[in-house]
Design a binder for this molecule. Structure first.
Ligand SMILES: C[S@@+](CC[C@H](N)C(=O)[O-])C[C@H]1O[C@@H](n2cnc3c(N)ncnc32)[C@H](O)[C@@H]1O
Ligand code: SF4
Length: 337
């Protein structure tokens, strides 16, 4: 095992893999329908990494210290061979911790199959239990009931679940407490995500962010809770525990309290480019090297060099007024959230 550290001494532990850039939702903060309409050019199948190519890459990442793989997208359940991919990663890379982020709409069909293939955990996105506001956030596709059916299916399959809720001021701040009430009752961890300036299409403005402080005040108006220590260095959510039930919630504060200093994540896009930051403007083409026939050891060395030269800390630069100007950031649906 050749563990690596970047220029700020951050190890490589976590790999997020976008398995498709397509989605059956059109969330306003991710793939606004005005831009991702019928004419939008998604990647053709041959331009995406195959399962074998993803498994090849993952083996090298595992050698460099990666312990966790998160499969994401786009909507990962739209990839027809997803369970074969999970089985391949579980059986052939040495990685045990495989998780998935999904909008849950297709989970009733696939949850058990994914669990049987080796999936360990699942994060499900749900921004509101209210039909109208759900539609506003997800671009008018699907319904809260369909997502809840997906949650039930994941629960039935025995997958540990976390719920992700993007909080957008002026849109769903009134959903903070109803969501807490509902998931507290079900003993499922709910995590709020501050609306982020990923990509170039979601029209992000600072005044649309519901700061973590406001979310904590809202929850504190109803419930008592206490902070929980992180489980490991680089954990993305600040965690809290309700003092009565002992169940937890979390907040991902990448805007109001960035955590670049501990960021140990690399991201592999569906097209096979490696990005060392969610807010990156350029990635390195791994697919070309794999298709040119690079051997496993050479590939491991190549990725190692990329990580060693990493110096990204976009969110902290943004907080310090140093955010990038004039360079286009890649979209969340492409790089994988
Ligand atoms: C890009 S999605 C991909 C996986 C899947 N389609 C889903 O929605 O769960 C991954 C996560 O990123 C979140 N996300 C997307 N755009 C975001 C933004 N601008 N700010 C904060 N979170 C965002 C989504 O809510 C979701 O929880
Ligand atoms: S957040 Fe997920 S469900 Fe929503 S548009 Fe993006 S990829 Fe699709």
């Amino acid at each position: 095992m050749n563990r690596v550290a970047d220029k700020f001494n951050r190890p490589l532990r976590d790999l997020r893999i976008s398995v498709t850039d397509q989605c059956n939702f059109r969330c306003s903060y991710c793939m606004p329908k005005e831009i991702f309409g019928p004419d939008y050019a998604f990647l053709p199948k041959g331009a995406m990494l195959s399962n074998e190519e993803i498994i090849f890459a993952t083996r090298s990442f595992a050698k460099l210290g990666v312990k966790k793989i998160r499969l994401t997208g786009g909507e990962p359940l739209l990839r027809p061979d997803l369970s074969e991919l999970i089985a391949g990663i579980a059986n052939d890379t040495g990685i045990e911790d495989i998780s998935l982020t999904t909008n849950a709409s297709l989970l009733p069909r696939y949850a058990q199959k994914l669990k049987d293939a080796g999936l360990k955990r699942i994060n499900i996105s749900l921004d509101s239990l209210d039909t109208e506001r759900f539609a506003q956030m997800s671009g008018g596709r699907s319904s809260p009931e369909a997502v809840l059916r997906g949650i039930d299916a994941a629960e039935k399959a025995g997958l540990p679940i976390k719920i992700n809720m993007v909080a957008k001021l002026g849109v769903n701040e009134m959903d903070v407490l109803p969501m807490v009430n509902y998931f507290r009752e079900r003993r499922i961890t709910l995590r709020f995500i501050e609306f982020m300036d990923v990509g170039e299409t979601n029209g992000w403005k600072m005044d649309q962010v519901i700061p973590a402080k406001q979310i904590l005040e809202t929850i504190g108006s109803r419930y008592e809770f206490e902070p929980v220590d992180p489980d490991y260095r680089g954990e993305v959510a600040s965690r809290y525990r309700f003092t009565d039930t002992g169940s937890e919630f979390g907040i991902i504060t990448s805007i109001t309290n960035p955590f670049c200093g501990n960021c140990n994540r690399a991201r592999l896009s569906a097209q096979g480019k490696l990005y060392t930051c969610l807010f990156a403007t350029a990635g390195t083409d791994l697919k070309k090297r794999i298709r040119d026939g690079i051997d496993q050891e050479e590939f491991t060395n190549f990725v190692s060099k990329l990580w060693i030269s990493r110096d990204d800390q976009y969110s902290e630069d943004r907080s310090n007024g140093k955010a990038l100007n004039g360079t286009k950031k890649v979209e969340m649906s492409y790089i994988g959230g």
